[in-house]
Design a protein. Structure first.
Ligand code: C5P
Length: 219
């Protein structure tokens, strides 16, 4: 098993971009688990499943042919032959992904895929980021980090990423998604043994350095 760095945090905390850069600098693999839930939401919509109906979501799993690379350099997400790397970032996907992710059968199915990806990465280590990595997916990881930032800063970062919606819409969506998601897993407070990195007053590079500092201490 490679050296696992588990990173959790709320929407807009910068976990994906920070984790990917940390992985790149350390020569580690990178796994964005939120992208898998997003890819399933994309697939469910594409085949006309009802995302409000758990049974309909569960049945969409049987045709969910999903592939995600663990190389931070060539990061791409595919469903079947379709490259959905960009499409899964659409606000329409963000709006429904929590409904898909709250279904226990979905979580069990994806967690198995995550563990398989972790075990087979060709790199010496892997940074895995999401909401339940430190607590459910890899609770025994040698490094477990909760990446946080104040809500105002997270909303500002998320709205800067989006092209279409106004800051208000982005902020409202982020709040709603965190509320829905935290009913399923707690990623707002650090579990025992998890190190909190608060990026509110840090820029991108300082946050990357802070995370690498935590990893170095454990290695
Ligand atoms: O990290 P990101 O915002 O892309 O995650 C998209 C969605 O996937 C979250 O809002 C949440 O519903 C779900 N998710 C999850 N567990 C994870 C990662 C993401 O439920 N480990």
């Amino acid at each position: 098993m490679p050296f696992v760095v588990a990173v959790d945090g709320p929407a807009g905390s910068g976990k994906s971009s920070i984790s990917k850069e940390v992985a790149r600098r350390l020569g580690f693999g990178f796994l964005d688990t939120g992208a898998a839930y997003r890819a399933l939401a994309w697939h469910a919509l594409a085949i006309g499943a009802d995302t409000d109906d758990a049974a309909s979501v569960i049945s969409s799993l049987s045709s969910f042919d999903y592939r995600i690379g663990t190389d931070p350099a060539g990061y791409a997400v595919h469903v079947g032959e379709v490259d959905v790397t960009e499409a899964i970032r659409d606000p329409a996907i963000s709006a429904v992904v929590s409904r898909v992710a709250r279904v226990p059968e979905v979580r069990a199915h994806l967690i198995e895929l995550f563990r398989a990806s972790m075990a087979t990465t060709p790199k010496p280590g892997i940074v895995v980021e999401g909401r339940d990595i430190t607590t459910v997916v890899a609770p025994d990881a040698p490094v477990r980090i909760l990446l946080t930032a104040s809500e105002a800063v997270r909303i500002a970062r998320r709205s800067a990423e989006l092209v279409g919606p106004s800051a208000d819409t982005a902020g409202e969506q982020l709040r709603r998604r965190d509320q829905a998601d935290s009913k399923v897993v707690d990623f707002m407070t650090a579990a025992e043994g998890v190190t909190t990195v608060d990026s509110t007053d840090l820029d991108f590079d300082q946050t990357v350095e802070a995370v690498i500092g935590v990893i170095r201490t454990a290695q």
